[in-house]
Design a protein around this ligand. Structure first.
Ligand SMILES: CC(C)(COP(=O)(O)OP(=O)(O)OC[C@H]1O[C@@H](n2cnc3c(N)ncnc32)[C@H](O)[C@@H]1OP(=O)(O)O)[C@@H](O)C(=O)NCCC(=O)NCCS
Length: 209
């Protein structure tokens, strides 16, 4: 395992790999999620759509130094002066559990720190156990639950604090925030993003205000 990971290097894509190759990697990696019935947006994006959606992103690539084989990816987007958004984390199905996603994240964190970001936000499906465990192992703390109209699952929003913050660096505060957010999310929305009966009533009340 040590030898394999020693041969992996992380680079910024800069056109070495085509959008088609990156889209194919995402499709292959997220097959396991489709088998679970979880419809992640990137499972369906064409190369063109991926390119358009990734306008403001830096694409980090894990590749084999010698063979140049594409092994993994993650997209970096600076959402504000303080926040970097971590998305489209994917590792080639034959290269999982070797530390490649962790290596990608080290490069991601370095980039975020160089850019002066204070924290990183990521999200994943609540039932995507290996991804949830990976986030926790890499220092991400669950802070909210969301339901998006574009997916068919509840998403856990994770936060990784690079600089100390009085609220977000406190695990107990994060836990309380997550618990309240989960209760409200379930009360307000179904897992496909549609409003629950209570959510509809609240919306009617808000519109008539
Ligand atoms: C999730 C994913 C990115 C992890 O990549 P990886 O390179 O295999 O992960 P690493 O080797 O760096 O990290 C391993 C850690 O991740 C977690 N993990 C990864 N695969 C796991 C599995 N099948 N079961 C349980 N935990 C798993 C564990 O915490 C593990 O640590 P451990 O070895 O001490 O148990 C990869 O499995 C993948 O591409 N999955 C499909 C796409 C996806 O879900 N992406 C994330 C969406 S946000």
């Amino acid at each position: 395992m040590t030898d394999v990971i020693a041969e992996v290097e992380i680079i910024q894509n800069n056109d070495l790999f085509s959008w088609e190759e990156i889209a194919n990697l995402l499709h292959d990696a997220f097959q396991e999620r489709l088998k679970q019935g979880l419809q992640f947006t990137c499972s369906f994006l064409t190369a063109k759509e991926l390119e358009q959606k990734s306008n403001n992103c830096i694409v980090l690539i894990a590749k084999n130094k010698i063979s140049n084989q594409l092994l993994g990816t993650v997209f970096y987007e600076r959402k504000s002066s303080q926040r970097a958004y971590h998305s489209n984390l994917a590792v080639n199905p034959t290269s999982k559990h070797l530390g490649i996603a962790t290596k990608l994240f080290s490069a991601f964190k370095e980039l975020a720190s160089i850019n002066g970001c204070e924290h990183i936000i990521s999200d994943t499906a609540q039932q995507a156990t290996s991804s949830v465990l990976w986030h926790k192992k890499n220092g991400f703390i669950p802070i909210s639950l969301r339901s998006y109209g574009s997916t068919n699952y509840y998403s856990i929003v994770f936060r990784n604090q690079l600089k100390h913050h009085w609220f977000w660096s406190n695990k107990l505060f994060c836990k309380i925030h997550f618990t309240i957010s989960s209760i409200l999310c379930h009360m307000y929305r179904h897992k496909d993003g549609t409003l629950t009966t209570l959510g509809k009533l609240i919306e009617i009340f808000r519109i008539s205000e």
